[in-house]
Design a protein around this ligand. Structure first.
Ligand code: CP
Ligand code: NVA
Length: 316
């Protein structure tokens, strides 16, 4: 693992953080997925989180992450505590370091969604309880656990399969790169040259043995793929900086529409983390078409995250 990219300290008594896929090995991630699948099949033990409270801190909006964590924690017998950054002292300049120390005295785990990955890393450094990454400007690992679960439910083992990404080289794309290294699928990424994912991350993934092809040609990327994935053109953490019109012009050739999907394998599935901007990165026809599994994918956020929680609490 690259020292520059490494995000967790480790150590046997260290809290079990779920920060980046790259921090965890394949058997550990596979174990979490299996816990999530068992829970989905109704085979999980009763109330493993009874008496536990999990703080869910949102510095950015959310539908799926908020509801799936809140419901999942309740289903496991725990108590979720949703905190929007606006209503806590973090918003008035209290440091994330002090927030981590204080919350560690009250609750048993913290999930954070933030536009600044440095906040996530500092929280994890100072918290004495597990920290779960609920999206940052550079990653969305919970989403990838759900995406891998969804692919495997529909098409079997993902290792060795071709997955194509078309659009912005954003946080979700960057977690796809980490997932390719950990789950062994072949990842083809097509983005405009200006929006390519970071070279350092690609170099890390390749050192880990990942097979990743980067291009600026969506048709070449999608050719024969078993899954085609896209995401919004302007991510939440880019909203202030991205010149909207420019992005739209730049990304229109990467739109996931029927013409592009025809180049994929005939049984290719379509994934999108949602929320979708219909008519921008994905057309209605594809989103509502027979190859789309985006609502199974959304449902699997719940199941995959229950697997992550069970692992973080040492309950599985
Ligand atoms: N996919 C996802 O994380 O959705 P939300 O932003 O609604 O949580
Ligand atoms: N890339 C998107 C994902 C939303 C779940 C964003 O960061 O806004």
């Amino acid at each position: 693992m690259s020292a520059a990219l490494k995000t967790t300290g480790g150590g046997s008594d260290a809290p079990r953080h779920f920060l980046e896929l790259m921090d965890l090995d394949t058997p550990t991630l596979r174990h979490m997925l299996e816990l999530g699948r068992r829970s989905k099949r109704g085979e999980a033990p009763g109330q493993p989180l009874a008496g536990k409270t999990v703080a869910l801190i949102f510095e950015l909006p959310s539908t799926r992450t908020r509801v799936s964590f809140e419901v999942g924690i309740r289903q496991l017998g725990g108590t979720p505590l949703v905190l929007t950054a606006k209503e806590i002292q973090l918003n008035r300049g209290e440091s994330i370091k002090d927030t981590a120390r204080v919350l560690s005295r009250y609750v048993d785990a913290i999930m954070l969604r933030t536009a600044d990955v440095a906040q996530m890393r500092e929280l994890a450094e100072y918290a004495t309880i597990p920290v779960i990454n609920g999206l940052t400007n550079i990653s969305h690992p919970c989403q990838l656990m759900a995406d891998v679960m969804t692919f495997e439910e529909h098409r079997g083992p993902i290792a060795g399969q071709v997955v194509a990404w078309t659009g912005d080289g954003n946080n979700v794309a960057q977690s796809y790169i980490q997932a390719a290294a950990r789950f062994g699928f072949i990842l083809r990424i097509a983005t405009p040259p200006e929006l390519e994912p970071p070279a350092e991350l690609l170099a890390w993934a390749r050192r880990e043995g990942a097979r990743i092809e980067l291009s600026n040609d969506p048709v070449a990327a999608v050719q024969g793929a078993r899954a085609v994935v896209t995401d919004c053109w302007i991510s939440m953490s880019d909203e202030k900086t991205a010149a909207a019109q420019n992005r739209h012009n730049m990304l229109m050739p990467f739109q996931l529409n029927s013409a592009l999907l025809r180049h994929a394998a005939p049984d290719a599935i379509v994934l999108h983390c949602l929320p979708a901007h219909r008519g921008e990165e994905i057309t209605d026809e594809v989103m509502d078409g027979p190859q789309s599994v985006v609502f199974d994918e959304a449902e699997n956020r719940l199941h995959a995250q229950k697997g992550i929680l069970l692992w973080a609490f040492g309950a599985g």
